[in-house]
Write a protein that binds this ligand. Structure first.
Ligand SMILES: Nc1nc2c(ncn2[C@@H]2O[C@H](COP(=O)(O)OP(=O)(O)O)[C@@H](O)[C@H]2O)c(=O)[nH]1
Ligand SMILES: [Mg+2]
Length: 233
């Protein structure tokens, strides 16, 4: 049997937003009973059918790297950013700050080379992101996921402004409900498309540049990442 090709997907966000619960749900189709405290980083794998149901269908391994969110692990995290093919930014819908902090997670990933090269203390955090720089530097597909939809009340229908600014999809879900990602559901389809895009950009990039990203780069105004709050639409 041929070796199965794989892609590496980073899952980042503040501590307690539900990263471990989310990864467990994606990989096992069941709720995590007690996710425990993630120390450093944990890895789960999932088999994924790329372009399922088409003549191009092929099986890939998805490696989901659940990166511990605590600031004390900041310097060790940089090594995981290397060679990533996709990125899931996780925030807690009941914790507005965790959504705003996604920008800092992006900054940290953008700064990875500096962090790795010099191994010094915490890096400077930019207040705003330059979207041209950002979209040029983070070439991998990104998905924003809001967790704890069951606790979120009104906020459950709000669109993530970070996702909007980046021109990427976002989804909201309850990680405790195993039906959240039921096969064929809207969320499962979005997730499958996201995984397909990651595989495409890793293995078929030259054949198929991402037109949405190119269009976004053309249109995005320079101050777009200064948007202040969640807005619903
Ligand atoms: N009600 C509810 N609780 C959640 C959800 N996702 C995670 N949690 C809980 O939030 C806490 C932190 O989750 P965990 O996965 O450990 O977060 P992590 O630190 O980002 O890995 C745990 O008690 C989870 O059971 C959700 O969608 N709904
Ligand atoms: Mg965890």
């Amino acid at each position: 049997m041929d070796a199965i090709d794989k892609v590496r997907i980073l899952v980042v966000g503040d501590s307690g937003v539900g990263k471990s619960s989310l990864v467990h749900l994606i990989c096992h189709n069941e709720a995590a009973v007690n996710p425990g405290w993630t120390i450093g980083c944990s890895l789960e794998v999932k088999l994924h059918e790329y372009k399922e149901g088409t003549p191009d269908q092929k099986t890939f391994f998805l490696e989901l790297w659940d990166i511990g969110g605590s600031s004390s692990h900041k310097n060790t995290r940089a090594m995981f950013y290397h060679n990533a093919n996709g990125l899931i930014l996780v925030h807690d819908l009941t914790n507005r700050k965790s959504h705003g902090n996604l920008k800092q997670w992006l900054n940290e990933i953008l700064d990875q080379d500096k962090e790795m090269g010099m191994g010094r203390g915490p890096s400077r955090v930019r207040d705003t992101l330059d979207p041209e720089n950002l979209l040029g530097s983070v070439k991998m597909p990104i998905l924003v996921i809001g967790t704890k939809q069951d606790l979120a009340g009104e906020k459950r229908v709000q669109r993530s402004f970070v996702a909007e600014d980046l021109g990427v999809d976002d989804i909201s879900l309850n990680c405790h409900n195993p039906r959240s990602l039921a096969p064929g559901s809207g969320l499962a389809v979005k997730l499958t498309r996201f995984f397909d895009r990651i595989i495409e950009s890793r293995y078929y990039r030259d054949m198929n540049p991402n037109p949405a990203l190119l269009e976004k780069r053309r249109l995005l105004p320079m101050n777009v990442m200064n948007a202040k709050s969640l807005h619903g639409d």
